[in-house]
Design a protein around this ligand. Sequence first.
Ligand code: B12
Ligand code: SF4
Length: 654
Amino acid sequence: MGLPVTLVFPPAADPSLPHGALPLLGAVLRRGGHDEVELRDLNLEAFDHLLRPEPLAAVSDGGAAEVVANITESRRILRDPVDFYDPAKLLYAKRIFHLAGDLITAGQPESRFGKYSYSQATYDSYEEVAHAVDTEAGPLAGYFRDVAVPSLLARKPRLIGLSVPYFSQLIPAFLLAEEIRRQDPSVHVTAGGPVITWGREVLTADARFGRWLDSFLVGEADETLLHFADSLAGERDPASVRNIVRYAGGAVLEQLDPTYQLNLDWLPAPDFTMLPLKDYFAPKRVICMMPTRGCYFNRCAFCNYAFIKIAPYRMRSPKLIAEDVASVVASTGEDVFSFEADVMLPAHLRSLSEALLERRTDISWHGVARFEKGFTPEVFATMREAGCVRLYMGLESANERVLKAMDKGTTPQRMADILAMCHTAGISVEAGVFSDFPSETAAEAEDTYRFVRDHRHVIGRADAGTFRLLKGAPIADEPEVYGITVKDDPARRWYHLDYEEDTGVSTGLAERIQRLYPEVALIDVPEDILYNARFGPNAFRRFFDGGGEAADPLPAEAKLSLAEGVVLHRVLVANSGAVHFDGSESSHAGFEKSQLAITIALDRHHSRVHPLGDNEEKVLRRLAEGDARAGELHSTVDTLVAKGLVTVQDGAGA
Ligand code: B12
Ligand code: SF4
């Protein structure tokens, strides 16, 4: 019996996979005697509800006919076990999906509904959050009011817990809480997750946040949420619940315990059957589990990763992880996993692999590691044998001085060696890279660009971004060491900090690296994992690379047009992973100001994404607007014809 609890994952995040927190917290609560726990992925439900022909047609002014006409087919492709693996179809469906997200928020410049984006509002104070909730409700307002909240409340939960790992969920979480309060003020609303933990100072400084929340939990909350549910059920003294902050009677009551850490072996296996797995927008769901928590290195100057500053690095016993995997496979039939922890030691990746091999789990998995000296070809071979198909590694920079300044604890040579080892073992690598670290020069950024370009055959995907100063990162705690002046009081900022820099330049490195991996604008990490699991390392690189044969130069009179199936898009990719098409850069001045802008040509028929240089873009835009002759345009036309983006019209020409 216990307490009727509903745990909610609010929009907006990736609707292709379940986040790991709810199935774990749900299993903990059930084991603790709260049988009536329900999990609701309102992110998935919102995508499913809003990105349909009817709601889209209602907001379309006719200019978006392609989106309305193709959304049903795109939804089908994303879930289809055959068509999903056809890159041309997947690209098309993803593009329509992104455009539909833009369309549903058309006319509301402050919001964009998409994976990892919703409101652009800042949220460093109660006033800012209240302003966003009052003025930027967008399409979620009606959806929460008429559909989501009535169905949440139908079960009469006494506790609703909001899970907030992504910033793109923050304003929607407050909007949702507002609506829950309006429809039933007696339900206790709590929240947790990395974003809530990062914001604890802002949240505790102002009792008015009690407008939305009755409480929130800080840090890892598996055991503490259970204790809190017990206390609401009258089975535990509320004063004994650790790491909870409560809003009561106009006051804020903190019960923080900075020494708290959980023994990971205490946890049950996550229960993914509590979510409607078949409804996600993917033919298979990547199952996220965290075998370790925290970071054993914990030094990188720029990093404030989730909870690494709160609790130390720990690993769950490999045998138990293998049992968890086996139980998820048996109960769901899923066989692609993501062991995406904050980071894992080479020795732990090896012991996890050995446990999986011993348990004979037949899965493919993605993991995360550092460019660490403990890696050897044997470790990678064991990992590959145990199903590892992909790793995320923070490369950040390939310049010795910048790496030292970041205290990254690795070298370009070690990176090159480890990339080669992964390649030999058959493991694809996604490399995180960012530019504009304070003091970085253009020449140093150039080293990184060359490194990535020259290792493109062993880097399957690059996650390129620009430096942002984050609260809690070592560089923010010792700014003078790095030649920066922090302009904000960190206690009054939720996450980002403004700063001034003595030296350093904006290098444009991230955009240039993005051009080496144009597919990143359309293909998200979970799809990349599924493709690697199915087709082997660097799957998208192999599909998208190529281009046509060298062609003879065209006569000046040749009449040209865009090849069939080619569309051009200005794409903005934010550090958060959000993607917007054809937007005006200035309209994203808020949270996403560090976005990269490139123009891509999407060639549906040959399933390719081409990045365009300035000249190529000019020529193609001109062709898209009407016909033109080769002689009128630049010499770039020959290259574009060779790439298959431009065709010479039949019967025309010299
Ligand atoms: C797995 C993972 C992914 C996976 C899957 C994501 C998913 N939808 O599930 C993948 C690889 C796809 C992914 C991608 C990205 N991710 Co990610 N990801 C993670 C990671 C490493 C683990 C998440 C997880 O499964 N945790 C396991 C659960 C059990 O832990 P948890 O969510 O923290 O939950 C615990 C507590 O927070 C709390 N809790 C959680 N919910 C609730 C609810 C209540 C009511 C309560 C009381 C408590 C509570 O209790 C739980 C148990 O202790 C986190 C880092 C982290 N340590 O959380 C980053 C993280 C969530 N990702 C992050 C980011 C930024 C990204 C990217 C957007 C990065 C990028 N720029 O590309 C990309 C998106 C890529 C793309 N373009 O597609 C950030 C999010 C913060 C932000 N800035 O918005 C995080 C926090 C990493 C970080 N920087 O610290 N990610
Ligand atoms: S960037 Fe990775 S290795 Fe460095 S401190 Fe953060 S989590 Fe640890």
